[in-house]
Design a protein around this ligand. Structure first.
Ligand code: NAD
Length: 369
């Protein structure tokens, strides 16, 4: 049996509640021969309370050694006044930085049973399955100079700098093309080459990588503003979208809303393949935050967290069939009309976090029988 080491970082608020359901799913797979070994540690506000920092060096060492990190959520009003460098979010940012997670994968999948919750018409979103690949460690959020200067006379000037080097575009493009090969073989690259030099380079580099290494994949280019429009006009035209940090931030949120609730959205952040094993560093997390308004009530939707673990099965452990099984179990549970409060509609049955976990495990039993 291959032993795989998972580091669970449940974090704050509803993080531990939804992570509990992942632990049950891991136990289900272990009982059937999988070899996941779990470690658990603190991150975010709870880590600040324990050690005065949002993630300790010891936790970082465990994260660097793990085969995958499964992250819940951090933050909450309790830590609103802690110093900026040790605020809960700093824990997540350090993990992303030190693990060099440059590729953020956000699937937007619309379950048939939830098509009515989308802000778009059912026929536009039913069966939607797209993947947004966002560059996560470069671009305008990190480029220097990044300053506000006082020009005197009541005037100030703010500068952010959008910078991309060839290698950063190449490595994110490769992630997108590799993913497309396992999906519907199509990549749409979005940039603003009409007004930005980084867009010109982005376009050139993605085209060159395509020609050199992935000629079998269909590649389209779209201006990022037009891409936003197309995402709400006809989202099913896309398979994999690859874009920079800033545009990816916005476009992935637009895509998210096509699918209904934030409690349904998983994500993965991947690093470079390690020399020798070829295994990528990886962190999996729901898109939602710590939801302090509902924390401790046992009503949070665990689906985004469970679907994040399914992404870990798919992208870190090459367990695509098992990931499909989890996704099917989620769909079957929704088809049965079971809903947490955030996705409940008239005529459906409202259940809590643990009952949703149990319902999904029941479906795993049934689907694998
Ligand atoms: P949020 O995602 O925590 O909550 C937004 C709304 O969605 C709330 O009404 C919440 O109850 C609901 N919601 C979120 N997840 C849900 C779930 N699984 N089931 C049911 N309902 C759910 O965003 P926010 O309120 O803007 O932020 C709350 C805290 O979380 C803040 O401290 C913020 O900084 C932090 N945050 C952390 C992360 C992260 O850890 N990656 C991401 C976003 C926000």
């Amino acid at each position: 049996m291959v032993i795989s080491n998972l580091l669970l970082l449940p974090g704050d608020g509803i993080g531990p509640e939804v992570m509990n359901e992942v632990k049950r799913i891991v136990a289900w797979f272990n009982a059937r021969g999988a070899g996941f070994e779990l470690e658990e540690d603190l991150v975010g506000g709870c880590a600040y309370d324990a050690h005065g920092e949002a993630v300790s060096d010891a936790t970082m060492d465990r994260a660097l050694a793990a085969d995958a990190v499964i992250f819940g959520a951090v933050g909450g009003p309790k830590w609103d006044r802690v110093p900026y460098e040790v605020r809960p979010e700093a824990g997540l940012l350090r993990l992303r930085k030190d693990l060099e997670l440059f590729a953020n994968l956000r699937p937007a999948i619309c379950f048939t049973a939830l098509a009515e919750s989308s802000s778009l018409k059912r026929d536009l979103v039913e069966g939607l399955d797209i993947m947004i690949v966002r560059e996560l460690t470069g671009g305008v959020y990190f480029g220097q100079p990044k300053v506000i200067t006082d020009l005197g006379g009541g005037h100030k000037r703010a500068i952010d700098t959008q910078v991309y080097d060839t290698f950063e575009i190449e490595r994110i493009a490769r992630v997108a093309f590799e993913l497309a090969r396992k999906r519907n073989n199509k990549v749409t690259s979005m940039d603003k080459r009409n007004v930005m030099k980084t867009g010109v380079l982005w376009n050139e580099v993605v085209s060159a990588i395509h020609q050199r290494e992935y000629p079998d994949v269909t590649l389209d280019h779209m201006l990022a503003d037009a891409g936003g429009m197309q995402l709400v006009r006809a989202p099913k035209q896309f398979d994999v979208i690859v874009t920079d940090n800033l545009f990816g931030d916005m476009l992935s949120d637009i895509a998210a809303m096509l699918t209904g609730s934030i409690g349904m959205l998983p994500s993965a952040s991947l690093g470079l393949p390690a020399a020798g094993t070829g295994k990528r560093r990886a962190l999996y997390e729901p898109v939602h935050g710590s939801a302090p308004d509902i924390a401790g009530k046992g009503i949070a939707n665990p689906i985004a967290m469970i679907a994040s673990f399914a992404m870990a099965l798919r992208y870190s452990f090459d367990m695509g069939a098992e990931a499909d099984l989890v996704d099917e179990a989620i769909a079957a549970t929704l088809d049965e009309g079971l809903r947490t409060g955030d996705i409940a509609t008239p005529g459906t049955t409202k259940i809590g976090t643990a009952a949703m976990g149990t319902a999904i495990i029941d479906k795993l039993d049934r689907l694998s029988a």
